[in-house]
Design a protein around this ligand. Structure first.
Ligand SMILES: NC(=O)c1ccc[n+]([C@@H]2O[C@H](COP(=O)([O-])OP(=O)(O)OC[C@H]3O[C@@H](n4cnc5c(N)ncnc54)[C@H](O)[C@@H]3O)[C@@H](O)[C@H]2O)c1
Length: 340
């Protein structure tokens, strides 16, 4: 995916921020303001009204109120997972572009519905995934061909949170999935960008739980996946967790002629045997990556080809994750003797 820091966004683009008083919403406010006019914000949180005053835009408790009171071209959506689909449907029904947090959708059915609605409205629904705009991941994508045909990947992504999950992420109804959906979406998206395939991979999964209450709510704290891609000879594994002993992200890809290693801030291309051939390091601030991501999406709202490519990639990520959860449910039903 090309970088386009500085690409001109539509002048005077009017943006509504939905869920702006939360963690992710607040982080994005200064960046959105750099490229667009924030004409209003929707968030029912008690602190939202004073935050909107501070930023100088009108505050609404619900989206329907915003439609009555203010005109806007696009909405930036940063809400709990259960709210994504109804909010996106409402925005598209009113002919607005959507720039949203991950996941694009939780189920394949909802992803297909969104794509259909977006097509009918001729509007974009872009998912914010910062690794696509990070220089070391870009180096990895651009140099992947140099390792020859890839046959194996190994991807670890762990947090070291010392307490049980809280807030909406601890609610089955609101989170709609555990670490696979929350943290794993990023990794599945990176892999589907690097290894585009006509079908999602075949996956065997194992789920783990640090805390009994998360097990009771069927929200995994850890997931381990073994993936294979039927149309190529590629296979690989992922491990994702919230309560590891250390925070870490590391992707390694092995190919017929070399290897690629990616970790935060550094990507290295190796020969077979491990000799480092070329390295990309990046120690810039995270806000630069976020700026480039917003500039790119805001600059492509009316680009139908880019929109279709984005939908294809997101549909693959959603199908993969939805398929894993469905398989787990089937297996649980089988073990409980409810299946024939
Ligand atoms: N890309 C990343 O690294 C990253 C990091 C954190 C969160 N996220 C994503 O961002 C989204 C939000 O997560 P968060 O951690 O900021 O959550 P959060 O709880 O901090 O914020 C969510 C906000 O949405 C508001 N909200 C809830 N329902 C709403 C509705 N119907 N309309 C408008 N506002 C509503 C809440 O009041 C809250 O202020 C999730 O999709 C999450 O996966 C992404």
């Amino acid at each position: 995916m090309p970088s386009d820091r500085g690409r001109n966004t539509r002048p005077g683009l009017r943006v509504l921020v939905v869920g702006f008083a939360g963690h992710q919403g607040k982080e994005y406010l200064p960046i959105v303001r750099e490229s667009a006019d924030i004409v209003g914000g929707v968030d029912p949180a008690p602190a939202a009204s004073s935050l909107a005053d501070e930023w100088g835009f009108p505050h609404y408790d619900v989206l329907s109120e915003a439609f009555e009171q203010v005109d806007f071209d696009a909405a930036v959506v940063t809400v709990p997972h259960s709210e994504h689909f109804p909010i996106c449907v409402e925005l598209l029904a009113h002919g607005r572009h959507v720039i949203k947090e991950k996941p694009f959708a939780v189920t394949e059915q909802e992803a297909r519905q969104l794509i259909q609605l977006a097509g009918r409205a001729d509007r974009s629904v872009f998912t914010l995934l910062q690794r696509n705009f990070h220089p070391v991941f870009r180096f990895a994508r651009e140099n992947l061909a140099r390792i020859g045909e890839p046959y194996w990947f190994s991807y670890d992504y762990h947090f070291n949170l010392a307490h049980p999950t809280t807030g909406w992420r601890a609610s089955r109804e609101q989170a709609m999935g555990g670490v696979l959906l929350d943290m794993g979406y990023h990794l599945i998206d990176v892999l589907s960008g690097m290894f585009p395939a006509p079908e999602p991979p075949r996956v065997h999964s194992a789920f783990g739980h640090q805390y009994q209450e998360m097990r009771d709510r069927r929200l995994e704290d850890l997931v381990s996946l073994m993936c294979s891609y039927p149309s190529t000879r590629l296979a690989g594994s992922l491990r994702i967790s919230r309560h590891n002993h250390e925070k870490i992200e590391h992707l390694c890809v092995l190919g017929a002629e070399g290897a690629l290693n990616v970790a935060p801030g550094i990507a290295t291309l190796h020969s077979i045997g491990g000799l480092p051939l070329e390295r990309c390091t990046w120690e810039g601030p995270k806000i630069d990556v976020l700026r480039s991501m917003f500039a790119h999406h805001l600059g492509h709202l009316d680009d139908r080809q880019y929109r279709q490519d984005h939908f294809r990639c997101q549909l693959t990520a959603v199908r993969t994750i939805d398929g894993i959860y469905r398989d787990r449910l089937r297996e649980q039903d089988r073990l409980a003797g409810r299946c024939a």
